[in-house]
Design a protein around this ligand. Structure first.
Ligand SMILES: NC(=O)c1ccc[n+]([C@@H]2O[C@H](COP(=O)([O-])OP(=O)(O)OC[C@H]3O[C@@H](n4cnc5c(N)ncnc54)[C@H](O)[C@@H]3O)[C@@H](O)[C@H]2O)c1
Length: 437
C-alpha cells in the first residue's frame, strides 16, 4: 500500500450508516449523543480516549490519537441506518434495554428522529427474524440500486460529502463463497439473476462501495473478504474491513493467549461457554447462524499459539466454544473460560475466567472507532482491506498470502504504527538501545 501523500482534512459532517439498528447500533448512537452533551464519557474508544507515543520515550510526547491524525469530532457525526423493524432509534434502544431510562430520556428527541430506512432482507439468511419494513424489487440488483439511492438521499438531506457504513445487523447463516463471488462481473451478473448465494449484507456492501462509502463488517457474515467485494473496493478506491467485533470472550482470549505463548506455557484445552439473552443471542440460537460465529471464534487460538511451530505445547489442544440463549440475562452476557495449561516438567494448572460483561457496551465504542478510522483511511486514499484495523475484529480480513494476526498486542502495534506512518512519524520498534550507549 502506498504511503498517503496527504490526508484530506475532515471537512463538514460525516454520515455514519448502520445496516442494523438493534442493541449495538442504538447503544453506539445513544453513546455518541450522550458524550456530545457531556452527560457520559466515551470510555472504551481509542479514537476518543487513546494516546499515541511519538519519538523517543525521553521526549515524553504522547498526543491524543484524534489530534494526531485529525479525526472528526462527535459533533460532526450524523447517524442513519436500515432495519427490518420500523422502530425509531429511541424505541429500538428501549426495546434493547441496554441503557438506563435517565440516559435515554436525556437524548430522547434526537434518538426518536432517527428512523431506519427499509431493509434488504431475505429470511433464509437470518432464520429467527421476520420483518415487514423491507424493500421490494424484481431482482437483487434493483435492491442494491435502492440502497444506493438511500445513501444518495441521506447525503443530500443532511448536506454530507462523506459517509461510512458499519454493519450492526444480525449474524447471517454460514455460507461458503460460491461462483458468483469470485469476480465483480460474476457478482453483478448474480445480482441481476438474483443468485440465491447473494446475501443481504453483500448487497449493502456492494451498494456502499459503489457509492464510495467505506464498509466495516461487525458480524461474521461472508462479505468484505469476498474477491468480488475486494475488487469493487479497489476499483472505487474505498476501504473495507472486517469481520465480527472482538468484544467479550474473544477479546479476553486474545489478551491471555499471547501471554501464555510468550512464556512457553502449554495449553491442553480451552473450553469457552456463554449465556446471553438479547436478540443476538436468539439469532445465534439457530445452528446455521451459530456456525458463522463458531468459525469466527475458533480461528483465534490456532494463529496465536501456532501448534505447527510448537507441537509439544499446543499440538493436542482441545478448543470448544458454546453460546447459549438464556433470556433472563438480556444484554448482560456471562462468559466462562476454563483453560487447562501446563508448565515446567508438564505439571498441570488451570485458569478460570468469569466475565460478567455487557455485550453492547463493549461493542459500541468499536463501532465509533471503526467509523472514524475507516473515514480516515478513505481520506488518506487507502482502499481495499484495512488489515491495520484487525485490532477490532475476531476474524480479521487479510491478504491471501498471509495468515490473520489475532494477538491483540501485535494488532495494537500495527494500528498505532499505521497511524504514525500515515502522518510521517517515525515507527516505534521498542528496541530502545540508544538509551544505553
Ligand atoms: N455485542 C457484541 O459484543 C457483538 C460482538 C461481535 C459481533 N456482534 C454482532 O453485531 C451484530 C449486532 O448485534 P446486536 O446485539 O445489536 O443484535 P440485535 O439483534 O439487537 O440487532 C441487530 C439488528 O439488525 C437488524 N437486521 C437484521 N438483518 C438486517 C438486514 N438485512 N438489514 C437491516 N437490518 C437487519 C435486526 O432487525 C436487528 O434490529 C450481530 O451480528 C452480532 O453478532 C456483536
Amino acid at each position: 500500500m502506498k504511503k498517503p501523500a496527504t490526508i484530506e482534512p475532515a471537512k463538514g459532517k460525516l454520515g455514519v450508516l448502520l445496516p442494523g439498528m438493534g442493541a449495538v447500533g442504538t447503544t453506539f448512537i445513544a453513546g455518541c449523543l450522550l458524550a456530545r452533551k457531556g452527560i457520559a464519557k466515551p470510555f472504551g474508544s481509542l479514537t476518543q480516549m487513546g494516546t499515541i507515543r511519538l519519538g523517543k520515550r525521553s521526549e515524553e510526547k504522547s498526543p491524543l490519537i484524534k489530534d494526531l491524525v485529525g479525526l472528526p469530532s462527535l459533533d460532526d457525526l450524523v447517524f442513519g441506518g436500515w432495519d427490518l423493524f420500523p422502530a425509531n432509534a429511541l424505541e429500538a434502544a428501549r426495546e434493547a434495554d441496554v441503557l438506563s431510562r435517565d440516559h435515554l430520556d436525556a437524548i430522547a428527541d434526537e434518538l426518536a428522529a432517527i428512523e431506519p430506512m427499509e431493509a434488504v432482507f431475505f429470511p433464509e439468511f437470518v432464520k429467527r427474524l421476520r420483518g415487514e419494513h423491507v424493500k421490494q424489487g424484481d431482482d437483487k440488483m434493483q435492491l442494491a440500486e435502492a440502497v444506493r439511492q438511500d445513501i444518495r438521499d441521506f447525503k443530500a438531506k443532511h448536506g454530507l460529502e462523506r459517509c461510512v457504513a458499519v454493519w450492526c445487523g444480525s449474524t447471517e447463516v454460514h455460507r461458503e463463497p460460491s461462483e458468483c463471488h469470485q469476480s465483480l462481473a460474476a457478482f453483478e451478473e448474480g445480482l441481476r439473476k438474483s443468485d440465491p448465494a447473494i446475501s443481504p449484507s453483500q448487497i449493502y456492501a456492494y451498494a456502499c462501495l459503489k457509492e464510495r462509502v467505506g464498509y466495516a463488517n461487525g458480524a461474521p457474515n461472508l462479505t468484505e473478504d469476498l474477491p468480488a467485494i475486494v475488487e469493487l473496493a479497489k476499483e472505487t478506491q474505498t476501504p473495507v474491513s472486517g469481520k465480527d467485533f472482538k468484544t467479550g470472550q474473544t477479546l479476553m482470549k486474545t489478551i491471555l493467549a499471547p501471554g501464555l505463548r510468550a512464556r512457553a506455557l502449554g495449553v491442553r484445552g480451552w473450553f469457552s461457554t456463554n449465556i446471553l439473552g438479547n436478540r443476538d443471542g436468539e439469532v445465534l440460537d439457530d445452528p446455521d447462524s451459530f456456525k458463522s460465529k463458531e468459525v469466527s471464534k475458533l480461528g483465534v487460538l490456532e494463529t496465536i499459539l501456532q501448534p505447527h511451530l510448537q507441537p509439544e505445547l499446543y499440538g493436542d489442544m482441545y478448543h470448544k466454544v458454546r453460546i447459549n440463549y438464556y433470556p433472563p440475562r438480556g444484554d448482560q452476557k456471562e462468559g466462562w473460560d476454563n483453560i487447562d495449561i501446563f508448565g515446567w516438567l508438564g505439571y498441570p494448572m488451570q485458569i478460570k475466567i468469569d466475565f460478567l460483561c455487557r455485550d453492547s457496551i463493549l461493542a459500541a465504542p468499536l463501532v465509533l472507532d471503526l467509523a472514524l478510522f475507516m473515514d480516515l483511511a478513505q481520506r488518506a486514499g487507502m482502499s481495499g482491506i484495512q488489515e491495520w484495523l484487525s485490532f477490532y475484529y475476531k476474524s480479521p480480513a487479510h491478504a491471501p498470502e498471509v495468515y490473520p494476526e489475532h494477538n491483540l498486542f501485535v494488532q495494537q502495534v500495527k494500528l498505532k504504527n499505521t497511524l504514525r506512518w500515515m502522518v510521517g512519524e517515525e515507527l516505534i520498534t521498542h528496541l530502545g538501545n540508544e538509551y544505553y550507549d
